[in-house]
Design a protein around this ligand. Structure first.
Ligand SMILES: C[S@@+](CC[C@H](N)C(=O)[O-])C[C@H]1O[C@@H](n2cnc3c(N)ncnc32)[C@H](O)[C@@H]1O
Length: 207
């Protein structure tokens, strides 16, 4: 199978359809062979940063996958969270955990099917990365967030540089109150795999 679930194959994806195919095959084992075995911890950093900056109210988790980020956020308090993802199978796993108010399919490279200014907060971990979603999608996140709301997303560091995320965020800064950048490790200190030293930028935008 071309898109056998693995981090390297995920990084090598080329299109939204490739993502649907790979994550459909990965959904049932993702929590064990990726989150647990590879000591993925990016979702905890995104949750920490969102809370640190006062995130609350109705929140949308974009590229929610199996719900790792919502689980991390709910460990820190009470939140009302909706999930969106391009993969129906990933959303089904998330739905089985009863952590989201609702889940719906969307392709972040297109339009998110919700009205302007709908959410108080938008969060995302692991979705703005190689072969997945680029900086243009940030405009959609801003569109669906209320004035006074908060967006906190992770962006793989090499993807951030290669696709010029900072230029896009600078452009948006004319329409937003502030933005904060933090560099963090994606995996735990004890991890031994080939991507163990990969970093991500946590981008927080105050609308
Ligand atoms: C690495 S997983 C991250 C899942 C979860 N947020 C986490 O931290 O474990 C990336 C997710 O992005 C989703 N995805 C990829 N491309 C997408 C797109 N164009 N629109 C929406 N979701 C997408 C995948 O289906 C997958 O669930």
């Amino acid at each position: 199978m071309k898109n056998k679930p693995s981090l390297q194959n995920a990084y090598d994806l080329k299109s939204p359809d490739d993502n649907i195919e790979l994550y459909s095959a990965w959904a049932s084992t993702y929590d064990d062979d990726f989150v647990k075995d590879m000591q993925y911890r990016l979702h905890f950093s995104v949750a920490d940063e969102f809370v640190l900056n006062g995130g609350n109210g109705l929140i949308l988790d974009v590229g929610a996958g199996t719900g790792a980020l919502a689980e991390a956020l709910l460990q820190k308090g009470k939140f009302s969270i909706e999930a969106t993802d391009i993969s129906e199978e990933m959303l089904k796993v998330a739905d089985s955990k009863n952590i989201y108010k609702r889940g719906f399919i969307s392709d972040l490279t297109k339009e998110i099917p919700v009205d302007n200014d709908f959410y108080d907060g938008v969060i995302s971990s692991g979705t703005f990365t190689h072969g997945h979603v680029g900086p243009a999608a940030i405009h959609e996140l801003v569109r669906v967030t209320k004035p006074g709301g908060l967006i906190t997303i992770s962006v793989n560091e090499k993807h951030w540089i290669a696709l010029g995320f900072e230029i896009e965020v600078e452009k948006l800064s004319q329409h937003t109150r502030d933005f904060i950048l933090k560099k963090i490790s994606i995996y735990g200190e004890q991890s031994t795999h080939e991507h163990k030293d990969d970093k991500a930028i946590i981008l927080t935008i105050k609308i």
